[in-house]
Design a protein around this ligand. Structure first.
Ligand code: UFG
Length: 317
């Protein structure tokens, strides 16, 4: 089976490319490399440096393809607040183009990178897929709009689709070509920032007065390798005319201080931190209910927070 991986040079997409190749899939990549890195594309793999907004690029990328894993998109909450038009254009219009070109090319299978940001501030945790969707920022709103578009596309044109709502993705994959890890600029994610913390420039703890056990935000971290395993299971269980939505997390929550403690243990020294004001738009607690992915996909995440910090640390070393 040939899989088109959009966003295949980004952190999560490049990990998917590597694992899919290892498992015998054929791969095509479409990425504009606006945030990805062309150097992650393995030699010999069909790689089009092009845009979701360009129908010609999409048509070319879809040649000979049986299914699409759609990772390409803008993914920073803060940036989406400043540039909602950019997020709508790349994420929503870009996915609309992709669906249209898939239709023209007769490609009927899609696995999409959605987000827990579609839920917004949860009324209950753990969060079920049936929870209300009230995104609190333009990023989450674009992911929800895409999920709804895919539901409609599936009903109208019979595509087989799954939206995977990621919680906090972390960790790294050691591929034959070296570590594939987060290389964001600027880096906003907690684990990379904790591991790069220094006495001169300590990682900020955004809020110490949240209504949680230690006053810091709680998140559900999932290892990127477990995450891609769920994508492949979702791909292999797609059903024509059906759009499934699955939460992907670990089902457990860790506070910011607990993440710092795990990272300090892995690093072998106390990581310096500085208590700072809350970051705008952060909910206090986000934890996934992952029972649907467990029961319908037969998926079980096997790597814990210790693996995520250890792998990221090794990748950065
Ligand atoms: N945090 C800090 N200091 C930092 C960075 C983060 O204290 O330097 C805190 C945040 O306030 C938050 C937690 O660490 O409480 C995790 O923050 P991240 O930025 O790593 O991740 P988010 O939970 O904000 O967002 C992630 C993805 C989003 C996605 C969301 C869904 O980056 O794309 O999960 O749950 F929408």
């Amino acid at each position: 089976m040939r899989v088109l991986v959009t966003g295949g040079t980004g952190y999560i997409g490049s990990t998917a490319v590597d694992i899919l190749l290892e498992q015998g899939y054929e791969i095509s990549i479409l990425d504009d490399c606006s945030t990805g890195h062309a150097d992650t594309a393995p030699a010999g793999v069909s790689f089009i440096q092009g845009s979701l907004l360009n129908s010609g690029d999409l048509a070319q990328a879809l040649v000979g393809v049986d299914a699409v894993m759609h990772f390409a998109g803008k993914s920073l909450v803060g940036e989406s607040v400043e540039k909602p038009d950019l997020y709508h254009q790349v994420n929503v219009d870009g996915t609309r183009n992709l669906l249209d070109e898939m239709h023209k090319s007769g490609v009927k299978k899609l696995v999409f990178s959605s987000s827990a940001a579609t839920y917004g501030e949860p009324e209950q945790v753990p969060i079920l897929e049936s929870a209300p969707t009230k995104p609190t920022n333009p990023y989450g709103a674009t992911k929800l709009a895409i999920d709804q578009m895919i539901t409609a596309e599936s009903a109208a044109r019979g595509i087989a689709a799954a939206s995977l709502r990621y919680f906090n993705v972390a960790g790294a994959l050691k591929s034959k070509r070296g570590w594939l890890a987060e290389r964001h600029n600027p880096e906003t994610h907690l684990i990379p920032n904790v591991l790069r913390s220094t006495e001169e420039n300590p990682v900020k703890i955004f809020g110490t007065d949240w209504p949680t056990a230690d006053g810091t935000c709680v998140r559900d971290y999932v290892h990127v390798v477990d995450l891609i395993d769920a994508h492949i299971k979702a791909l292999e269980t797609l059903t024509a005319g059906v759009h499934e939505i699955y939460n992907l997390g670990s089902g457990d929550g860790y506070s910011v201080r607990e993440v710092v403690a795990a990272a300090s243990k892995a690093a072998g020294h106390q990581i310096p931190t500085i208590d700072s004001p809350r970051r705008a738009g952060d909910p206090a607690v986000l934890i996934a209910d992952i029972n649907k992915a467990k029961s319908k996909l037969g998926w079980v995440p096997t790597r814990g927070i210790e693996d995520m910090v250890a792998d990221t640390l090794a990748a950065f070393s």
